[in-house]
Design a protein around this ligand. Sequence first.
Ligand code: HEC
Length: 152
Amino acid sequence: MRKRAFAVGLCLVMVGLVAGVVYAQFAKTEDAIKYRQSVMSVTGTHFSWMGAVVRGEQAFTQEAFLKNADLVNALIKLPWEAFLMPGSDKGSKMKPEALAQRDKFMELAKANQAEVAKLAAAAKAGDFNAIRPQFGTAGASCKACHDLYRIK
Ligand code: HEC
């Protein structure tokens, strides 16, 4: 009896530890929402600056493009824990399905990070003819998630 109570207690402590590690940064769902919306907003700004170059509205210089690509590549690694905080769909533009289908959501997040990393590599190599299609591919993988899990 005491052994069993001990085992149950130990399990609860371990669950608490894991949950504590994952969500320690965010005391409230509002904090997680604010964080991820901020990251996404800055990411979107740097992404759209590259878009203007790809569409020919801004001149291409490797230095400026690489700076934006490197920033997006760093930023896009940040927000995912904040997306997965339970209850954080409420009061945001994230659909509840994102939390219900977190494996699928994280698959799309990982795919997007891989395409953004390829874009940064192309920007580093500096060939605009390779950069342009990769920008399109990366953008499509942002959109793939928005289409499924973001409220328009
Ligand atoms: C795996 C899913 C996913 C991927 C990948 C993703 N997003 Fe998002 N994005 C979301 C969701 C969900 C929201 C709504 C968040 C909220 O309201 O809390 C969002 C919100 C945004 C916003 C609005 C932020 C604001 O001001 O509130 C921008 C801009 C944005 N994303 C840009 C991007 C860009 C650019 C990429 C690709 C480089 C990208 N996203 C990749 C899921 C994703």
